[in-house]
Design a protein around this ligand. Structure first.
Ligand SMILES: *Cc1c(COP(=O)(O)O)cnc(C)c1O
Length: 357
């Protein structure tokens, strides 16, 4: 047992790194050697520890399995051109995690504990950060209720874990979408703005139905009358209409995506006009008919941008031109990648730097 900056480290005896084929990284296939673990009991979090990645012992009566107190985050670390590692917008991800925790009646985690534990983990497993272009180390923090008890209650015990997985460059094939006007992912006042496990569980079935109908994802609409656009699958959605970047304004049914926020910020820097407001289906129908919609894409950590090739609205498939190298989405994606790797100036202090010595 060695310690570094108060985070105790139990080293693995059997690194799995040599088994990783860095040229062929399926998302989540290989999990890195170590993980962060902290426990919450008696109204406080224990000091996090780093231990070899592996199974946990748990009770079938663990409350998160029954009543769903379970949240997560998703962010990425990149190899920079100077050999150091950058974790992208770590603080914003931490703030959002605390919002998810508060909504699910779970204990928040202070920033210094979160950052110190993650920094120590990335330093230790720095060899797991891929260096090929567009590849990264995906970081997955989770918090879940761990008390074993069958009665319905807010758990008194929780576990916080951070694990990581190397991921390759993600080129999504352009999405064919269907506007979802029957099922909802969430509703205003619900948990849509929180990254809680149940939002995903509830979205699987409508998405599966859409896939059976030949679509890749659904375009979620508001729960009241399915008139306004919310999100695409598990990404925020953005359109270029009449030369303006337009995305739905945030509400409690929409996840406050870090990629969405970063793209809006960069668009302003690129003097590309932006608008955050409600987007009505009728406006999209009209825009597709008169050709004023020139781009449509999803925005999220996994893909950065995922182009949309068609959307079915009220039985009609509208097609969107595929992005060329002059498109806003490919320019902004490149700018974002350049900031992360240190090729472009990091004006907003988005990179949290981990030195690899
Ligand atoms: C995670 C997530 C996003 C994307 O957020 P990023 O911070 O950009 O990765 C969008 N919508 C939903 C529902 C999500 O869970």
């Amino acid at each position: 047992m060695t310690t570094s900056n108060e985070i105790a480290i139990k080293h693995t005896h059997q690194s799995q790194l040599s088994k990783v084929d860095f040229n062929n990284l399926d998302f989540g296939k290989y999990i890195s050697d170590h993980m962060v673990v902290a426990n919450y009991a008696h109204s406080s979090w224990s000091q996090p520890e780093i231990v070899p990645y592996g199974d946990l012992l748990m009770s079938p009566a663990m409350l998160s399995l029954h009543y769903g107190q379970s949240i997560f985050e998703g962010m990425k670390a990149f190899k920079m051109k100077d050999g150091n590692i950058s974790i992208f917008r770590l603080k914003k991800h931490h703030t959002r995690m605390n919002k998810s925790l508060a909504r699910m009646c779970m204990p928040e985690i202070i920033e210094s504990m979160f950052i110190e534990a993650l920094r120590t983990l990335i330093e230790l497993d720095h060899r797991w950060v891929p260096s090929n272009e567009g590849a990264s180390l995906y970081i997955r923090p989770i918090v879940f209720a761990s008390e074993a008890r069958l009665g319905v209650k807010v758990s008194d015990l929780y576990k916080f874990i951070i694990m990581t997985t190397p991921v390759g460059p993600y080129f999504s094939k352009p999405y064919r979408l269907k506007v979802e006007d029957h099922y909802v992912r969430t509703a205003e006042g619900g948990t849509g703005f929180a990254k809680c496990a149940g939002n995903y569980g509830g979205a699987f079935y409508p998405t599966q139905v859409a896939k059976e109908e030949g679509f890749d994802q659904v375009l979620w609409t508001d729960h009241k009358d399915h008139q306004y656009i919310d999100e695409v699958g598990m990404m925020n959605v953005m359109f270029v209409i009449n030369g303006k970047l337009i995305t739905p304004s945030l509400n409690t049914a929409i996840l406050d995506g870090v990629t969405r926020d970063s793209i809006l910020t960069l668009a302003k820097e690129m003097n590309f006009p932006t608008e955050e407001r409600r987007i009505k289906l009728e406006e999209l129908e009209k825009g597709f008919k008169d050709g004023s919609i020139t781009e449509a894409f999803g925005a999220g950590t996994a893909a950065v941008v995922a182009p949309i090739q068609s959307i079915r609205i009220h039985g009609i498939d509208y097609t969107i031109p595929l992005p060329d190298s002059n498109s806003f989405q490919l320019k902004v994606k490149k700018q974002l990648m350049d900031i992360r790797t240190g090729e472009a100036e990091d004006k907003h202090q988005w990179n949290y730097i981990v030195k690899t010595k």
